[in-house]
Design a protein around this ligand. Structure first.
Ligand code: ZN
Ligand code: ZN
Length: 365
């Protein structure tokens, strides 16, 4: 057991830095010393949801982490102490229904079920209280213990303080384009919501050879950043009819629209703006009811979801790191601010104000 500092949500008040106890690693698990962890909109979503639901138990959020393997449990073969790694918030087991059918992003996580079925002691504790590893990682902490399938080895020369973004934003955004939608060269793509994920949809569209890449947001600074990573057109969603504008740019033949916010209204807009036979892709955590006109289905319009880029993380994450190291995708430009754990609340305030693309929390600051 070790005691470590972590950012904890314990009640409906602000996040606090606490001393938390961490056990492990057990067989098949890996202890990672966290170098950096990006602050993602999904964390905010889950924090707000927890606060509304009355915070059932303390939680550590943060699911976009990089670090160095400190210790491995029995039977771990893919990593060893000293390896540089990125966490995957949807670990893969390699043996369940989805893993063996090449859809590992939907892994059923049998190890977790087995752990809770045998009533295993919670791995994380705050005093006597069990602490949840929010969104599967608990990366706003000095250490995390993950199943082997959620720890991906990456090249040693990649800067860990930057490539943590591959642990969510890059993989979710680029993968949605290349793996979920499979955008072909010459197609037109729009993306609604220019946060960390939306910017990577733009990068994915550029990599796929899209003709037009239309960025849609209400914040001017985000639209500037969208241009910097490859958007050919930007649309200020605060002015005029967004759907009409996207259609006008593509003469009514928009092939793909990605929604990276998680609101029914914007998913509906994405679906509305695509051409007959086109595809709308929903990426954000969305708890709302989406309504689409049934008539549009006869025009072969498709609405699909994508989780974690619909990729096989063990395969894709090291390759996305290579793309960054080759200069084919940008990450440095997406990191607006680095903060210590004691500034976690400010990092979420920046996100809500729309003043940052991505903040990164660094346990050493
Ligand atoms: Zn995320
Ligand atoms: Zn599985």
């Amino acid at each position: 057991m070790r005691t470590m500092r972590a950012v904890v949500l314990a009640d409906d008040g602000p996040l606090r830095v606490e001393e938390v106890q961490l056990d492990g690693p057990e067989a098949g698990e890996v202890l990672v010393k966290v170098t950096a962890c990006g602050v993602c909109h999904s964390d905010l979503h889950m924090i707000n949801w927890s606060r509304q639901a009355g915070v059932p138990s303390p939680s550590i959020f943060g699911h976009e982490a990089s670090g160095v393997v400190e210790e491995v449990g029995a039977h771990v073969r893919s990593v060893k102490p000293g390896d540089h790694v990125i966490t995957a918030f949807r670990p893969t087991c390699g043996t369940c229904f989805y893993c063996v059918r090449a859809m590992p992003q939907l892994c059923e996580r049998p190890d977790d079920r087995e752990r809770s079925a045998r009533g295993a002691r919670p791995r994380l504790r705050l005093g006597e209280q069990p602490v949840q590893q929010g969104i599967g990682v608990g990366g706003f902490a000095e250490y995390t213990v993950m199943p082997e399938g959620g720890v991906i080895k990456v090249r040693q020369d990649a800067p860990l303080d930057k490539v943590c973004l591959v642990g969510c934003a890059v993989t979710t955004g680029v993968g949605a384009v290349t793996s979920a939608a499979k955008v072909e060269a010459g197609c037109d793509v729009a993306v609604i919501g220019i946060g960390g994920v939306g910017l990577n949809v733009i990068q994915g569209a550029r990599l796929a050879g899209a003709r037009y890449v239309i960025a849609i947001d209400t914040v001017e600074a985000k639209l500037d950043l969208a241009r910097a990573v490859g958007a050919t057109h930007v649309v200020d969603a605060g002015r005029g009819d967004t759907v009409a504008r996207a259609r006008e740019i593509t003469s009514g033949y928009l092939d793909y629209a990605f929604e990276a916010i998680g609101l029914a209204k914007t998913v509906e807009q994405a679906f509305e703006m695509i051409r007959p036979g086109g595809t709308a892709v929903s990426l954000g955590i969305n708890n709302e009811q989406v309504t689409i006109p049934g008539r549009a289905l006869l025009a072969e319009k498709k609405l699909i979801g994508s989780i974690f880029g619909s990729v096989s993380v063990k395969h894709a994450i090291p390759r996305f790191v290579d793309l960054y190291m080759n200069g084919q995708i940008k990450i440095d430009e997406l990191i607006s601010k680095r903060r210590g754990f004691d500034e976690a609340n400010e990092a979420f305030e920046d996100m809500q104000a729309g003043t940052v693309a991505r903040s990164v929390l660094d346990p050493a600051l």
